[in-house]
Ligand binder design. Structure first.
Ligand code: PSU
Ligand code: MN
Length: 302
């Protein structure tokens, strides 16, 4: 492993002993959720993974070092610092060269996790094709096309152009698995009307598909889409007004690039009286649990 990588003791031991490990991202902590819920959620996600017999590996860059597994203090720093960079693939050489800190998106978390030898990664909603005329496509998508991880999510974030994102996944050979569903979930909502490639009703089925992909050496992720738990769901028609308002405001203020997703998420949380925030936390927790169960099933299959 190059010097730029550092593992926590817990993750290093888990790797040596072939234990189940779940990678977790840090952009959702630094930029996706408000304080203090971000730190609480980050800690709870790690706890949920542990309770499901897997080892959590939260990933971030600290002083230019790619960290796989964070200490409690490091996690707290990412959550509370307030001016952490949001790192996409293109930013990695810059932060490493300058020894900066940064929170990793789905794209960079997946890249680091794979090189660290991890197999399963849990997040909330992946990035995708944005709405609007400029083709703003999240670096998450091409990374999923290159990575060989099982990525557990609740679909793409609803602020995106979901049909265009679905097409992109298909074109680039990413297998979209619906976990207990025939439809791709739409982040805060359980349904999008868009099809999955295959439905799986157990983690063993997911592990079987992922193992086959690995055996074929077919590059690209297995994207496991888990709907937000019913109790926390916001049906699409209830969300529409809040979403349209946030999109219009983002447009008017000309918010673009890496600022756009965090802006839209925080606006929707304000306008929905916290309902979208509750949904986001609920789906993150649920996805961490499913990911841990998949990771355990994968170790059994060996
Ligand atoms: N999932 C969430 N909240 C988030 C994200 C995911 O529930 O904030 C983050 C991920 O890190 C993802 C990023 O990679 O949003 C996408 O940002 P962009 O659209 O700028 O590529
Ligand atoms: Mn973008």
């Amino acid at each position: 492993m190059p010097d730029n990588f550092k593992f926590s003791e817990e993750v290093e031991t888990a790797l040596n002993e072939n234990l189940a490990i779940v990678a977790l991202e840090s952009t959702v902590i630094a930029h996706g959720l408000p304080r203090p819920q971000n730190l609480e959620t980050a800690r709870r996600l790690e706890q949920i993974v542990r309770d499901s017999n897997a080892v959590p590996a939260t990933i971030a860059v600290l002083k230019g070092v790619l960290r796989v597994g964070l200490s409690s203090e490091q996690l707290e720093y990412i959550a509370q610092s307030g001016d952490i960079h949001k790192l996409s693939r293109r930013d990695l050489p810059v932060v490493v060269a300058n020894k900066w800190d940064g929170a990793t998106t789905v794209a960079t978390t997946a890249w680091i996790a794979e090189r660290a030898g991890l197999k399963v990664f849990a997040t909330g909603g992946i990035g995708g094709v944005h709405r609007g005329s400029l083709p703003d496509i999240s670096a998450d998508l091409p990374e999923l096309a290159r990575s060989n991880l099982v990525v557990v999510c609740s679909g793409a974030k609803v602020v995106l152009d979901l049909p265009a994102t679905r097409e992109w996944l298909e074109t680039h050979g990413i297998t979209v698995v619906g976990y207990g569903t025939n439809e791709m979930p739409a982040f805060y909502s359980r349904r999008s009307g868009l099809p999955v490639d295959v439905r799986a009703d157990s983690v063993e089925e997911v592990a079987k598909i992922a193992a086959a992909r690995r055996a074929l050496e077919l590059e690209g992720a297995t994207l496991v889409c888990v709907p937000v738990p019913e109790a926390a769901e916001i049906p699409a028609d209830e969300l529409r007004e809040v979403l349209d308002e946030a999109l219009a405001e983002g447009d008017k203020k000309m918010i673009a690039g890496r600022e756009l997703t965090p802006f839209l998420l925080s606006r929707m949380a304000e306008r929905s009286g916290g309902a979208t925030l509750r949904a986001n936390i609920a789906l993150l927790e649920n996805n961490a649990r499913v990911a841990a169960e998949v990771a355990v099933a994968l170790t059994r299959g060996r």
